[in-house]
Design a protein around this ligand. Structure first.
Ligand SMILES: Nc1nc2c(ncn2[C@@H]2O[C@H](COP(=O)(O)OP(=O)(O)OP(=O)(O)O)[C@@H](O)[C@H]2O)c(=O)[nH]1
Length: 636
């Protein structure tokens, strides 16, 4: 079709040209009639006008005729029906063509044709370019794996426009997806900490202008590590996804939702990382509302999590910080809510706490002590105290418990109950524990050499040490270094640590027992271990927690528990030690129950090694050399 167009154009031009020639020729003929000067004219008389001459000239020549002669062709020009004049047709034609109007027309036609052909060439060039672009677009579509409806003309403009549209949509979706995924947690699809902080920042600015109050909930799952350890990480992942969905429901229920119109993500709920989530309340018109929301979150998370055929129960601890009361920046709000959350954890877990400045002070002290502890551990700035544990029958020394003391140059004595948990959380306990074990063994080795052959030294070992040290090699190495016999060493491990101990740790403790080292379960009664598990643990001694001793004389229930533990221990062939005996009544009670040894202020406070030396070695030398131990005078 497109090829026919130029032909049609040329045909049109030819017709136009002929038409013009015809007009001009007629003009010329008319001029011949009138002036007939320059042309050889002869008069003809023809009665019969039906001349047998080229009939198709007729319409062009307007009723005149061309006569072919041997010398030249003549045009018979009809003047009347029977009168003709003859003109030399070739001359006539030359004159016709040479007329200015025809020349001008010819020029216009040539110029027009030139323009037309140029335009056609350009069109062809563009078409080729579009075809080339189409090929490139198609290869892009294939690379992006995009399907486009086949076009009528696959190399035409409409196909190109279709491809470009499709690529355009793809790029727009890609940009949207990229922007969304940048700020989204991959597992739960909630916004991440970074996007959440930006959102809170905007909300706080708004609240500041409008004089509004906001609040932030910091939610941390309790014991989530246990879930991972027991069921595997992918199971843990599923729980996290379900937690996110339950929190989103709470948000909707309390109409706290705020969906970002650009990426369609909820902005008031975030997974901050690990098992930590946060909810932001943009408008807190009533402080009871935050409490109501926190309680709702806790109750939602306490419901059973069902995964396949497994049912898991978890809980969460929540810290709450409010704007503007607690803090005025997103980071500070999160930090203080985190502090409050830690308080909720330390107060028993599964609860919520609203931040108060007193909590902040505690946090600051924590960080201060952590830094001081680092220095103290590096400088070995501690000393040991020794508390005797005596047999109830004769008050002879059974063993000494080594207790670490930290005399801070500015703060004074810092109790172990304050610095040991910090040392454990920061793993500084590993280095500190090395020093404690070495010093305890060294001291006991000295006393052993001085005659205290039946007395043991008891050293506390934390769960962190059991986990990170190869405990068998570690202990045997210390004994070798100090020369202390294995039978003179006792290790105290808390009940809660025993519950969590891996089979590897239990095996290593059994090997130490085989070497002659005594293993005691410390703070017994506080870790909720089932009594039946006692039979399987590699232990020799049960140390009953001081809380039972303190209650036993006042409460029949505690009295019964104490009795049961004591009886069970005796049946299992374990030695029972009562901790925290402070009164003579308690001493008498535990003695009656069959407890074999006691520890507590009634017997002695922890003493320095010098005092122990004075008391045992100087005053009771004869007793010591005969028995390998000495009576601890409890009245002195
Ligand atoms: N399955 C899974 N676990 C994760 C992910 N991110 C972090 N965790 C685990 O979550 C646990 C978080 O532990 P913590 O919060 O420190 O401890 P916890 O056991 O919850 O104890 P408390 O918080 O003191 O109650 C760790 O064991 C992490 O390995 C995750 O994306 N998926």
């Amino acid at each position: 079709m497109s090829k026919l167009k130029p032909l049609g154009f040329i045909f049109l031009i030819i017709i136009l040209f002929c038409f013009c020639i015809n007009i001009e020729l007629t003009n010329q003929i008319n001029r011949i009639n009138l002036f007939s000067t320059s042309i050889d004219i002869r008069n003809f008389e023809i009665t019969n006008t039906t001349l047998d001459m080229a009939p198709w000239y007729n319409p062009i020549l307007n009723g005149h005729y061309i006569i072919e002669q041997p010398t030249a062709d003549f045009l018979l020009i009809k003047t009347t029906d029977t009168q003709f004049v003859a003109a030399d047709s070739s001359k006539l034609i030359i004159m016709t063509l040479a007329s200015p109007i025809n020349f001008l027309l010819l020029c216009i036609l040539i110029f027009g044709s030139g323009l037309y052909l140029r335009r056609e060439r350009r069109k062809r060039h563009y078409k080729n370019q579009i075809a080339e672009l189409n090929l490139q677009a198609n290869s892009l579509l294939t690379a992006f794996n995009l399907q486009v409806k086949p076009a009528e003309n696959p190399l035409g403009v409409s196909s190109l426009s279709q491809s470009i549209n499709s690529l355009n949509t793809h790029v727009a979706n890609y940009v949207k997806q990229t922007q969304t995924s940048i700020c989204q947690d991959k597992l739960t699809l909630l916004i991440d900490r970074h996007a959440y902080i930006e959102h809170i920042d905007r909300q706080i600015n708004h609240a500041n202008q409008e004089d509004l109050k906001c609040a932030l909930l910091f939610i941390d799952l309790d014991g989530f590590k246990q879930v991972n350890d027991s069921f595997g990480h992918s199971f843990g992942d599923e729980i996290l996804v379900q937690v996110a969905s339950r929190l989103a429901n709470v948000l909707r229920h309390h109409k706290l939702s705020n969906i970002n119109s650009a990426n369609q993500l909820e902005q008031n709920l975030s997974r901050l990382g690990g098992d930590e989530f946060s909810i932001f309340i943009e408008l807190l018109d009533d402080s009871d509302r935050v409490v109501e929301i926190a309680k709702h979150v806790l109750s939602e998370l306490e419901k059973d999590f069902v995964l396949g055929n497994k049912i898991v129960k978890i809980s969460a601890s929540i810290g709450i910080a409010a704007y503007p009361e607690s803090a005025s920046t997103p980071q500070a709000l999160l930090q203080l809510a985190d502090v409050a959350m830690y308080r909720a954890k330390s107060d028993g877990k599964g609860i919520f706490k609203v931040y108060s400045p007193e909590m902040g002070n505690k946090m600051r002290r924590y960080h201060y002590l952590l830094e001081e502890l680092r220095l103290a551990v590096a400088c070995k700035d501690f000393y040991l105290s020794f508390q005797p544990i005596v047999h109830v029958e004769d008050c002879m020394i059974d063993y000494f418990e080594a207790l670490t003391r930290w005399d801070h140059p500015v703060e004074g004595m810092i109790p172990p109950s304050e610095f040991i948990p910090i040392a454990e959380e920061s793993n500084l306990i590993l280095e500190l524990g090395d020093w404690i074990m070495l010093e305890s063994c060294r001291q006991m080795a000295a006393w052993h050499n001085a005659g205290m052959r039946k007395v043991k030294i008891s050293v506390n070992v934390s769960g962190i040490q059991l986990k990170h040290r190869d405990i068998y090699d570690w202990i045997m190495n210390k004994l070798k270094k100090t020369g202390l016999p294995a039978t003179s060493l006792m290790l105290e491990i808390t009940e809660s640590t025993f519950i969590k101990a891996s089979p590897r740790i239990i095996k290593e403790l059994s090997r130490l027992r085989e070497e002659g080292i005594t293993i005691a379960i410390d703070d017994f009664g506080t870790g909720f271990s089932s009594l039946s598990t006692l039979a399987d643990l590699p232990i020799d001694v049960i140390k009953i927690d001081r809380s039972f001793i303190a209650q036993a004389n006042k409460s029949q229930k505690y009295n019964d528990i104490l009795n049961t533990i004591s009886e069970l221990g005796q049946k299992l062939g374990l030695k029972i030690v009562a901790e925290g005996v402070e009164e003579i009544g308690q001493f008498e009670l535990v003695k009656k129950m069959g407890v074999s040894s006691v520890q507590g202020y009634l017997v002695s406070r922890p003493e320095s090694s010098a005092n122990v030396g004075n008391k045992v070695l100087r005053n009771n030398t004869s007793n010591l050399s005969a028995s390998g131990t000495s009576a601890w005078d409890i009245v002195s």
